[in-house]
Design a protein around this ligand. Sequence first.
Ligand SMILES: Nc1nc2c(ncn2[C@@H]2O[C@H](COP(=O)(O)OP(=O)(O)OP(=O)(O)O)[C@@H](O)[C@H]2O)c(=O)[nH]1
Ligand SMILES: [Mg+2]
Length: 281
Amino acid sequence: MGKSTLINTLIEHKVSITSRKPQTTRFRVLGIKTKENSQAIIIDTPGYHQGHNRVLNKFMNKVAIDTLVGIDVLVFVVEALRWKQEDKALLNKIPKELDNVILVINKIDKVKNKDELLPFIDKLRKLYEFSNIVPISALRKKNISQLERSILSALPKSEFLYPEDQITDISERLLISEIIREKSISRVGQEIPYRTSVDIDHYKEEDSIIIIHATIYVEKKSQKGIVIGQGGKRLKSIGTSARIELEKRFDKKVLIKLWVKVKTNWTDNELFMKSLGYKIE
Ligand SMILES: Nc1nc2c(ncn2[C@@H]2O[C@H](COP(=O)(O)OP(=O)(O)OP(=O)(O)O)[C@@H](O)[C@H]2O)c(=O)[nH]1
Ligand SMILES: [Mg+2]
């Protein structure tokens, strides 16, 4: 749908990982946007999905739903010309007291015949009393300033909650594991992304270099083979692209050593997920 792409576009930095495969975002990701005398704290969440019952899916849905409480504005992102059953289910979960819900219709760059947009907007307008409807392209950065104005004007007056130059609150360890996860997602087929998790085993920052050891967990032996690739090629490529991105980010040399381990059925194993840092109550 482009939620993470949108938060990155709004913050003008990459704070959340993105991919073509669904269910990429697993945690609540904070982006902080300070502009003149306003500060918006933008939260990216996992997508809301139905019909998956593993602990990991329940965890992700809970993160999405819990985020609906205590916010001033909800930016409800849908894809142009695609109204899914899950969008409808989520619409029904919006707390009644939340009166600022902006509907964002993303990926308008993909709509060849723009005449089709109006009936689509009209259809959605009837389903909920949105405070505003903004068609955008998060990827091509179309109509972003309009959306930005709409968000900022809906915010209540408050002191800044974060320093002006802070853009996110993610820890270095989580950032590193997310970047490695993003690189592995983009290099494997359709099924495996749901089944991988990255754990940082060792992180050491020295004067001139950052040393990282990380494990990519998968659920099956066959998945391990795929992630490693022929002669270790795929794993090497994951490590290299993560290293290049982290070196730019930290402005320092980075050394990454990766392992792939099988943890059977881990996405349904609460205890193991907790040990990986998934906060399940
Ligand atoms: N053409 C086009 N593609 C887009 C746009 N916004 C996002 N995408 C692509 O859509 C895919 C999904 O984007 P994400 O930002 O990861 O989507 P998400 O809603 O965060 O997905 P989950 O975290 O998995 O729930 C990526 O391949 C993006 O590059 C857009 O405006 N136009
Ligand atoms: Mg996302």
